[in-house]
Structure formats: C-alpha cells, structure tokens
Design a protein around this ligand. Sequence first.
Ligand code: C2E
Ligand code: C2E
Length: 177
Amino acid sequence: HNQTKLLAITDQLTGLHNHRYFKEYFEQEMVRAKRYQKPLSIIMLDIDNFKAFNDTYGHAVGDVLLSSLGEIIPTSIRSIDIAFRYGGEEFVVLLPDTGLASAIVAAERLREQVRILSAGAMQEHGTSGVTVSLGVASFPDNASSCNDLFQVVDQLLYRAKRQGKDAVHFLPQSKEQ
Ligand code: C2E
Ligand code: C2E
C-alpha cells in the first residue's frame, strides 16, 4: 500500500482498518474461502454500555478507550486474523481459514483480554475498564454469502446485548468441527 491508500483504509482513532476496507476485504476473503473450500469466520464485538461511559467521563476519555481497543484487539488475535472498526463502538474481526469452533475460542479470548487490558489501559485516566459483547458466525456453517453471514453475526451480537452482555453468542453446532 502506498501512503494515500493506507490513509483511505485506516480508521484514524484506533489505527485499525475502517468500515470501507472491511467491505472490500470481506468480499475478497469470501471469494477465496469458496474457491479453496476453506471456512471463514467473523466476530462482531461491541463495547457494553459505551454511551453511559461517554456520558460519565466525557468524549475525550471515550476516545482514549476506543483507541486502546485499537491495540488490545489485534494483540489478542493472530496476525492473520484482521480487525476493523466497523463504526462507533463496534468492531469486526475476520478469521480466514477458521471454522466456528476455533473462532469461538478466539472470541472468548477477546472478551477476556478486553476486560482485563482495558482496565489496565484506563487506570491512569481514572476510569474502570469495559466489557464487550460478541457474536460469532462462520461460512459455510451459518451462511453462504457475505450479506447473510453478516446478518447472522449482527443478530447474534444483538442477542448477546439483550441477554445480559459480556458474552459470546453463536448458533448451536449440529456436527463436529
Ligand atoms: P500470532 O499467531 O499472530 O498470535 C498473536 C497472539 O494471539 C498470540 O501471542 C496469542 O496471544 C494470541 N493467540 C493466537 N492464537 C492463539 C491460540 O491458538 N491460543 C491462544 N491461547 N492464544 C492465541 P503469543 O502467544 O505471544 O504468540 C506470538 C506469536 O508466536 C504468534 O503470533 C505466533 O506467530 C507464534 N506462536 C506462539 N505460539 C505458537 C504455536 O503454538 N504455534 C504456532 N504455529 N505459532 C505460535
Ligand atoms: P487453544 O488456545 O485452546 O486454541 C484452540 C484452537 O482454536 C486452535 O488450535 C485454533 O484452531 C483456534 N484458535 C484459537 N485462537 C485463535 C485465534 O486467535 N485465531 C484463529 N484463527 N484461530 C484460533 P491450534 O492452532 O491447533 O492450537 C492449539 C493450541 O496451541 C492452542 O489451543 C494454544 O494452546 C496453542 N497455541 C497455538 N498458537 C498459539 C499462539 O499464538 N499463542 C499461544 N499462547 N498459544 C498458541
């Protein structure tokens, strides 16, 4: 990537890839997964009670938190798993070559690492850390297109929020992975 391209695909606050690049990358990885008959997993995560956090501590501190997640998320996953800031306090991770059972392991680690490391990162700013809710879904188990897979993971995240937050949600597996 040249400098201009890098700026266009980077979220300035977190240093992660941005929404626009996610769409491009997701389509590309799906084409690859189908062609080589490999699984592809997606994790969607959202900071719990972020609005209350912002209201309590102010937007500047909210930005510090978002920025810290820009470090915590990528250090908690494999370097071939790629993280994006989808928007607001919402992030997605794409896990190429990874089936649902493995993606759930990674999602659980993300949940745990964010809880622990965000507390450490925010200590000097006088706030507590945060928890995240996550949805996990996989091609080909849960859907066979980007749009459908995204819809599934989005609904799972919504369900995690509704059912009490700080949790990883996925669809039950019928067969061994
Ligand atoms: P990486 O593959 O990019 O993984 C980065 C970090 O994600 C790891 O840092 C670890 O915190 C987490 N992680 C990734 N995959 C797993 C996993 O399957 N289980 C667990 N519990 N955590 C995982 P870490 O452990 O400091 O490793 C740094 C790098 O060292 C890794 O980068 C990888 O390149 C290599 N590495 C470490 N252990 C192994 C291993 O057992 N097998 C292989 N092939 N490489 C390893
Ligand atoms: P584990 O941590 O219980 O992970 C079990 C399996 O979940 C891994 O099997 C892998 O298929 C999947 N998995 C876990 N974390 C990630 C992730 O961040 N990204 C992706 N794409 N997949 C993930 P695998 O590779 O056979 O590793 C077996 C065990 O070896 C792991 O069990 C862990 O104990 C260790 N290990 C492998 N790589 C690393 C690493 O980079 N760092 C550390 N600390 N341990 C590793």
